[in-house]
Design a protein around this ligand. Structure first.
Ligand code: AHR
Length: 515
């Protein structure tokens, strides 16, 4: 961090801050996997029912049962991959209950999430057809906690076999001739907790056993993901690397920006300045967590053959007052938008090992993209970050150096490593057409920031940009005011022979394009 005399003085006088960035456009090597922008759809609350799926007979405009407004919104995000059906739900889900004529499908109780009755009308066909409509890869999370090896093996056969096999024939009988393109297969979820309360040694053996029978059919090649650790549980990662090793293609990790696991998590929309800065520090701690798990993986797998998937992340607040207990329905403010932007900036840095991330959940639950109520839908501030940032998907990562001021935090619950929050955060990439995109955040609630960006070796003719900001940090979109927080054109960047001067307003997120 730049501890220059000027910055120290400016912080005291209330003048605007300054920062300096150098983007190394000539050092780009690896691509940012588009799967870093993955989504997660769980049978939880109204994520699926009401959020994505309303059924063909609904008065809500739909295509084959999927809400048109949500489909259109998700298409704009260019969703690369969607994980389903859970989460905790996955380890109680029995896929055979969700196929065949809908009126004949058995019901179940969703024990994890409020005891709601699940009628199984959204099952394998409905999910995989949705992925085809969105043009995204499905990521199936298999049941290890309460399902059998045979059940998971047969699900894989049902989805991916094209032969004259019993499961492929059952699929045909249910109206789908060709197999679906299913690559990502999770073998259990949070097996240390809701997925079976196992020890890592025991789960490692179970993983090996379940994974053995998940076959590659007819040209499909499964990419198998072992259920990984949460937060700081480095032992889980160590044991799996030792005992499962090369038998997994990826190991997962979960990290939530959450004040704690017991008691109140705080309101999504009512928070003070200290809680805001705590949130940023907590979300940035994901960097330390990723580094620690990567370091353990590096010891056994220096060639990075096994990927790390952060297949659940995001903010977790108290559910909205008046919403159904256990449904985890939460609002989403500019604060959440910052968590999205800062997290994505971190993820880009570790994509030598981190190959996928799935924010929880796509609709109506934790840090969602969309919220729905009957026929109405709003796009959340987090949605807007994902939409503005989608220029980075599949682009070449450009390393950068950043010098800026920091803010000390006063609250420490559930924080292990971070005491300070950098005022500016940034990431940069170059797409296939040669355009450079630089994403910048100024998290300071009061001060604008004059950012100087050096881009030696870059010859650009134009700079354009978009900004996401709002009068108050707790601003959010509601069904009555759906466009309170929405991106607009940004004209605060000036390009002059290799240097960009950017005036970033307080609490703003900007994505610039240089061509
Ligand atoms: O996202 C909500 C829950 O959080 C998921 O179902 C579970 O995997 C995690 O504990």
């Amino acid at each position: 961090m730049l501890a220059s005399a000027f910055l120290a003085v400016s912080a005291l006088t209330g003048a605007q801050n300054t920062a300096e960035i150098t983007v190394h456009a000539d050092q780009g090597g690896r691509l940012i996997p588009k799967e870093i922008y993955g989504q997660f759809a769980e049978h939880l609350g109204t994520c699926i029912y009401g959020g994505i799926w309303v059924g063909e007979d609904s008065p809500i405009p739909n295509t084959n049962g999927y809400r048109n407004d949500v489909l259109e919104a998700l298409k704009k995000l260019k969703v690369p991959v969607m994980r389903w059906p859970g989460g905790c739900f996955a380890d109680e889900y029995h896929w055979r209950d969700g196929i065949g004529p809908r009126e004949q499908r058995p019901k179940m109780v969703n024990n994890n999430w409020g005891g709601t009755v699940e009628d199984n009308s959204f099952g394998t066909h409905e999910f995989l057809n949705l992925c085809e409509l969105l043009g995204c890869e499905p990521y199936i999370s298999g049941n290890v906690g309460s399902g059998t090896v045979e059940e998971l093996a047969k699900w894989v056969e049902y989805m991916t076999s094209d032969g004259d096999s019993p499961m492929a024939n059952l699929r045909r009988q249910n109206g789908r001739e060709k197999s679906w393109n299913v690559k990502f297969l999770g073998v259990g979820n949070e097996s240390w907790g809701c997925g079976g309360n196992m020890r890592p040694e025991y789960y490692s053996d179970l993983y090996r056993r379940y994974a053995t029978y998940c076959r590659n059919y007819d040209g499909h090649r499964l990419y198998k993901i072992a259920s990984g650790a949460s937060d700081y549980d480095e032992n889980w990662t160590r044991v799996l690397m030792e005992r499962v090793g090369g038998q997994m293609n990826a190991l997962s990790l979960h990290y939530y920006t959450v004040p704690g696991w017991s008691g109140s998590k705080g309101s999504a929309t009512e928070f003070n300045k200290d809680e805001y800065y705590w949130t940023l520090a907590k979300c940035l701690e994901v960097e330390d967590v990723i580094k620690r798990h990567c370091a353990i993986m590096d010891q056994r797998d220096p060639q990075k053959r096994i990927a790390l998937f952060l297949d659940e992340w995001g903010t977790w607040w108290d559910q909205e007052p008046g919403s159904i207990p256990g449904h985890l329905y939460q609002q989403n403010t500019m604060r959440d938008a910052f968590v999205a932007a800062l997290s994505l900036n971190v993820f880009h840095k570790y994509t030598d090992r981190l190959k996928m991330a799935n924010i929880a959940q796509v609709a109506n639950v934790l840090q969602s993209m969309v919220l729905t109520k009957d026929e109405k839908m709003v796009l959340t501030p987090t949605y807007h970050v994902f939409e503005m940032y989608n220029v980075h998907q599949g682009a070449t990562y450009l390393p950068l150096d950043l010098k800026c001021d920091t803010l000390g935090i006063t609250m420490k619950p559930n924080i292990r490593f971070n005491e300070k929050v950098p005022v500016i955060s940034a990431t940069a990439s170059k797409d296939q057409s040669g355009a450079i995109h630089i994403s910048l955040t100024n998290v300071d609630l009061e001060k604008s920031n004059e950012v100087t960006i050096n881009l030696p070796s870059v010859q650009a003719k134009t700079v354009t940009g978009r900004i996401l900001t709002s009068a108050n940090i707790d601003d959010h979109n509601t069904f009555d005011r759906p466009d309170l927080v929405t991106p607009s054109k940004f004209e605060g960047a000036k390009w002059n022979k290799g240097t960009l001067k950017v005036k970033l307003p307080a609490k703003s997120i900007v994505v610039l394009e240089l061509k």
